[in-house]
Design a protein around this ligand. Structure first.
Ligand SMILES: [Zn+2]
Ligand SMILES: [Zn+2]
Length: 393
C-alpha cells in the first residue's frame, strides 16, 4: 500500500508550500486548522476539533476490526522572521515554519489519503493526531486532556521529525529510529536572587545580589561536573542574567533563567532538586535570598524497543536497509513533547533527514534560513503507511 505514496509527491510539495506560507504560533492555529480540516473533508475522513486548542483528531476505520494505531503530526511554527527568500516564504510577519512542522502536517495528510482510500483492506483503526504547541511544550498535554488516547483506545503511537536534528551530515532520505531514549528532557528554571541595593562605594551597607548570583552560576555547573555520572548526559545552561541599572549602584535583585536537559527521568528530577537546593543555600551563605521556580517542560523521549524495531522494519521497506539507522547517533539533547504520548503508550519517534548541502537544507532548525529537501516528503508519508500496514497485520 505504501508504494502509492510515490504518486503523491507533487501534491505533497504543493500542500507543504501552502502550509509554509501560513505559520501560526502555540495553541491557536486557526488558519492551519481550517486548511487541515478542508483536506480531511476532501478525503471524507471524519474528525473532531479539540475544545481547548486548534488540535484535530481524525479517524480512519478499517474494513475489519483490529488494533488502534495513532500517528501524530505537530502543526505550530516559530516567532522567527523568515530569511530564506523562497517564493513560498511565510506571509505571516515575524512567524515562520523554521522547524519543518509544515512538512509534518503534509506527510501525515499524504499517509491519511492512501490509508483512507485503501481502508477496506485495513484490519484495525488509524487515529490521526494533528497537534498544536510542540514548540511551547503544551500541545501533547492538551491532546491528552482531550482524551486522544481513548475512544477508541490507542494501542501504539508513532511520530516523525523531519530535518537535521540528529546530525546535519546524515543525507536526506535516511530514517533514524533507535530503541530507548532518542531525545532529552527539557525544562526551564527561574532564579530570583534578592539582596539589598546600596551605593556602589559602600557594599558593606547592602547585600550585593550580583556577586551572589555569580557564585550560584558557578556552583550549578558543579552539579554536572561532580554529581552526575560522566556516562549519563545532562546539561544545565544559564541563558539569561538580568540585573542593574547604573555602573555605580548595587541593585536589589538579579534574575537568572536557564534550561536543563537529561536523557533519564531520574537525572532530570535530580537536576531540578539540586538547582533549588544549591541556589537557595549559596544565597543564604552570603546573606541573600533566592526564590526558585522550575517550569517543567517535557520528559525524555523514550522509544519502546519493540515498536522502534517495527518502525525500522517498516522504513526499510520504503527506503532500503542502507538508509535506515537503528543505532547511534541518536539520542540528542533537544526535546520533544511527543514524550508524553510515549509515557502513556508504547510507540516510537523517528527522524527523517532532509539535509542536503547542495540545496542548503542542512541549515540548523530554528534558523531564519531553515528549509527542507522536499524530495523526501513522499518518503515520510510512505513510512507512516508502512508502519500501519505492519502494526495492523
Ligand atoms: Zn523546533
Ligand atoms: Zn520541531
Amino acid at each position: 500500500m505504501w508504494e502509492k505514496c510515490k504518486a503523491l509527491q507533487n501534491e505533497l510539495v504543493g500542500l507543504r508550500r501552502e502550509f509554509h506560507q501560513i505559520p501560526e504560533l502555540g495553541d491557536n492555529l486557526p488558519e492551519t486548522q481550517a486548511r487541515v480540516c478542508a483536506e480531511l473533508d476532501k478525503l471524507g475522513i471524519p474528525y473532531k476539533k479539540n475544545t481547548l486548542d486548534s488540535g484535530i483528531i481524525a479517524l480512519i476505520e478499517g474494513g475489519q476490526p483490529g488494533k488502534v494505531i495513532a500517528l501524530r503530526a505537530d502543526m505550530d511554527g516559530l516567532p522567527i522572521t523568515e530569511a530564506t527568500g523562497l517564493p513560498f516564504a511565510s506571509k505571516h510577519e515575524g512567524k515562520m515554519h523554521a522547524c519543518g512542522h509544515d512538512t509534518h502536517i503534509t506527510m501525515l495528510l499524504g499517509a491519511a489519503k492512501i490509508l483512507s482510500e485503501n481502508k477496506a483492506n485495513l484490519k484495525g483503526t488509524v487515529k490521526l493526531i494533528f497537534q498544536t504547541g510542540e514548540e511551547t511544550c503544551t500541545g501533547s498535554k492538551t491532546m491528552l486532556k482531550e482524551g486522544v488516547l481513548e475512544n477508541p483506545h490507542v494501542d501504539a503511537v508513532f511520530g516523525m521529525h523531519i530535518g537535521s536534528l540528529i546530525d546535519p551530515t546524515i543525507p536526506a532520505g535516511k530514517v533514524i529510529v533507535t530503541p530507548g531514549c532518542c531525545m532529552a528532557s527539557y525544562d526551564h528554571f527561574i532564579l530570583r536572587v534578592k539582596g539589598t541595593g546600596c551605593h556602589g562605594s559602600t557594599p558593606e551597607k547592602g547585600v550585593d545580589p550580583i556577586v551572589v548570583a555569580s557564585n550560584i552560576v558557578l556552583a550549578l555547573e558543579e552539579v554536572i561536573a561532580r554529581e552526575v555520572a560522566s556516562t549519563k548526559a545532562a546539561v544545565i545552561t544559564i541563558g539569561q542574567i538580568h540585573a542593574g541599572f547604573a555602573y555605580n549602584v548595587i541593585p536589589n535583585e538579579v534574575l537568572i533563567e536557564g534550561t536543563t536537559r537529561a536523557l533519564e527521568e531520574d537525572v532530570r528530577q535530580y537536576l531540578g532538586k539540586r538547582i533549588g537546593e544549591i541556589a537557595e543555600s549559596v544565597a543564604k551563605a552570603y546573606r541573600a535570598e533566592c526564590e526558585y521556580t522550575m517550569l517543567w517542560g517535557a520528559a525524555p523521549v523514550v522509544n519502546n524497543a519493540e515498536m522502534a524495531a517495527l518502525a525500522a522494519e517498516a522504513a526499510v521497506e520504503v527506503v532500503g536497509a542502507d538508509n535506515v539507522i537503528t543505532s547511534r547517533p541518536a539520542p540528542n539533547m533537544a526535546g520533544e513533547d511527543f514524550a508524553y504520548y510515549l509515557m502513556e503508550r508504547p510507540g516510537a519517534f523517528m527522524f527523517l533527514s532532509s539535509a542536503n548541502p547542495a540545496k542548503h537544507t542542512d541549515i540548523p532548525h530554528h534558523n531564519p534560513k531553515f528549509d527542507v529537501d522536499e524530495d523526501v516528503l513522499w518518503n515520510g508519508s510512505a513510512v507512516f503507511v508502512s508502519i500501519v500496514e505492519k502494526y495492523l497485520k
